[in-house]
Design a protein around this ligand. Structure first.
Ligand SMILES: Nc1ncnc2c1ncn2[C@@H]1O[C@H](COP(=O)(O)OP(=O)(O)O)[C@@H](O)[C@H]1O
Ligand SMILES: [Mg+2]
Length: 249
């Protein structure tokens, strides 16, 4: 099994032309192994969100190559990109991005709409994802009835409900107090230990203790890149992933 999940080569994202030309990413190279927990740091505007959006197939590079599980992203049809996003990639955002007038169980079930799971099964899976985060008794609360920390746990439940292999998190603790931030990080740690790959942007250097690799970006490029865990020691995908899936179906 090839354990490279993401491969970026010479990736460039340009905005504007001529006098207004600027680069959000510049000749960016990155290889991500399955089971890495990468934290990306760097000043505002250095390209972190652009990078996550391209990896998450929400945006396209201007030039360069992006391979997802060995497949060139440029060759993947828009329809399949949408399916891959729904099945293989979970997103977590700083501002939670929950739909305010939907109960949290419906929010969590949303990604499953794209996986052709029938509605009852979708709600069952959403309910089981919420119970993992101790929110099962609040399934029919609206997001606004929950604290920030609880809303972010709902967002994490939504990110993992389709059992994706890659979690992309853009400053997931940026709006949380330190206690909620700690709870969210412990959840991400548990998800990582199941063998999932996580790429997370943060401004908080204290959180890098959770990472297996810390990348500092500057002006659309990698400034420093330090692995703190050797590749052969990264967590392997565990069977519980399949079992969990089996149970909740
Ligand atoms: N839609 C856009 N049009 C023009 N410039 C953009 C656009 N999106 C991002 N940028 C620019 O790209 C650079 C990187 O942005 P971003 O990836 O959001 O950085 P970060 O997440 O590190 O703060 C910034 O200079 C930003 O102004
Ligand atoms: Mg950003």
């Amino acid at each position: 099994m090839n354990d490279t999940v993401i491969e970026l080569k010479g990736l460039t994202k340009r905005y504007g032309y001529g006098d207004t030309e600027s680069f959000a990413l510049k000749d960016f190279d990155l290889t991500v192994k399955r089971g890495e927990f990468i934290m990306i740091m760097g000043p505002s505007g250095c390209g972190k969100t652009t990078l996550l959006n391209i990896i998450g197939l929400l945006d396209r590079a201007t030039s360069g190559e992006y391979k997802l599980n060995g497949e060139n992203a440029a060759n993947i049809s828009a329809a399949r990109q949408a399916r891959l996003r729904a099945k293989k990639i979970g997103f977590i955002f700083q501002n939670f991005n929950l739909i305010e007038d939907l109960p949290i169980i419906e929010n969590v079930a949303l990604p499953l709409v794209y996986t052709q799971t029938p509605r009852v099964a979708r709600l069952k899976q959403a309910s089981s994802a919420l119970s993992r985060f101790h929110l099962q008794e609040r399934e029919y609360y609206l997001p606004s009835q929950l604290s920030g920390g609880q809303q972010q746990r709902v967002a994490i439940a939504r990110a993992i409900v389709s059992d994706p292999e890659i979690i992309l998190a853009d400053e997931p603790t940026g709006n949380l107090d330190s206690r909620s931030s700690h709870i969210v990080m412990e959840e991400l740690k548990a998800i990582h230990e199941e063998g999932n790959t996580i790429i997370m942007v943060t401004h908080n250097p204290a959180l890098t203790t959770y990472a297996t690799r810390v990348i500092n970006m500057l002006d659309g490029q990698i400034d420093t890149d330090i692995k703190t865990v050797a590749d052969h020691k990264l967590p392997k995908p565990v069977e519980t992933r399949k079992k969990r899936k089996g149970r909740s179906r």
